[in-house]
Design a protein around this ligand. Structure first.
Ligand SMILES: [Mg+2]
Length: 240
């Protein structure tokens, strides 16, 4: 454990966990699709991989306000980037290949991260109310939660379109939870840690091996929250 847990002497009233790359693997599937997408474009244009990635990321960011987070928006952004990069010459059969990549991601088996089941069981055994707070396509996230086998262990599931202080603030107010009694654990500093700290809540960062470029924080603070190698260690951190 690194970081600070000052003022954490009392147990939180609620422990909320992020979904993608906190409970289950996600970014690895996106990275695999990126690889396939680069190969596909490589049939038409000779662009360095970093440039293809940058173009795709720019398209995804531009489209976030229209499509939100998730696989469907990512797929449309791949199609749009492919059309732009090939000057409109990409054949329909290859657009179909991109659509198939997206469809395969949606059907990808939900694979829990190591130690997740154990951590959730221990938190539950201690009587802590557990929430999932995740962002992305409603349908896809609901499906992943159902397929994770964890749904029954959570008291509350919230699928949101953005994880910012406003979203968290509204959620806590609606459920009558004071921010200081709320703990959020997740892989993203930008979505799971910083907005919760801004509200006066407690946050635990559990980094994943890969981070989507959009979630990277340039000047990340290192204080005011705890960092764990694995969610497995969360019960110990809380002294359970
Ligand atoms: Mg995540």
């Amino acid at each position: 454990m690194q970081g600070s847990t000052q003022g954490w002497s009392r147990l939180p009233a609620v422990v909320a966990l992020d979904g993608d790359d906190t409970l289950w693997h996600n970014e690895t599937a996106f990275a695999a699709s990126h690889d396939r997408f680069r190969d596909l474009l490589g049939r038409h244009v000779d662009l360095p991989a970093a440039e293809v990635d940058a173009l795709l990321l720019a398209t995804e960011r531009r489209n976030l306000s229209a499509y939100g987070y998730g696989v469907k928006g990512f797929t449309l952004s791949m199609v749009e980037t492919a059309i732009a990069v090939t000057g409109g010459r990409i054949p329909a059969a290859e657009i179909q290949e991109i659509l198939d990549l997206g469809r395969a991601m949606l059907a990808h088996p939900v694979e829990l991260l190591d130690g997740v089941r154990e951590a959730v069981d221990r938190l539950r055994a201690a009587g802590l109310p557990l929430w999932i707070i995740t962002k992305g396509d409603l349908f896809d996230q609901e499906s992943k939660i159902a397929r994770s086998g964890l749904a029954d262990l959570f008291q509350h599931v919230e699928i949101v379109s953005e994880k910012d202080p406003d979203t968290y603030g509204r959620l806590l107010e609606r459920n009558g939870i004071p921010p200081r009694d709320f703990l959020m654990a997740g892989n993203s500093l930008r979505s799971d840690v910083l907005p919760v700290l801004a509200l006066g809540g407690r946050a635990v960062h559990v980094p994943y091996a890969l981070t989507w470029a959009h979630e990277v924080v340039d000047e990340a603070p290192t204080d005011g929250f705890a960092t764990l190698d694995s969610l497995r260690d969360l019960p110990d951190l809380l002294g359970l």
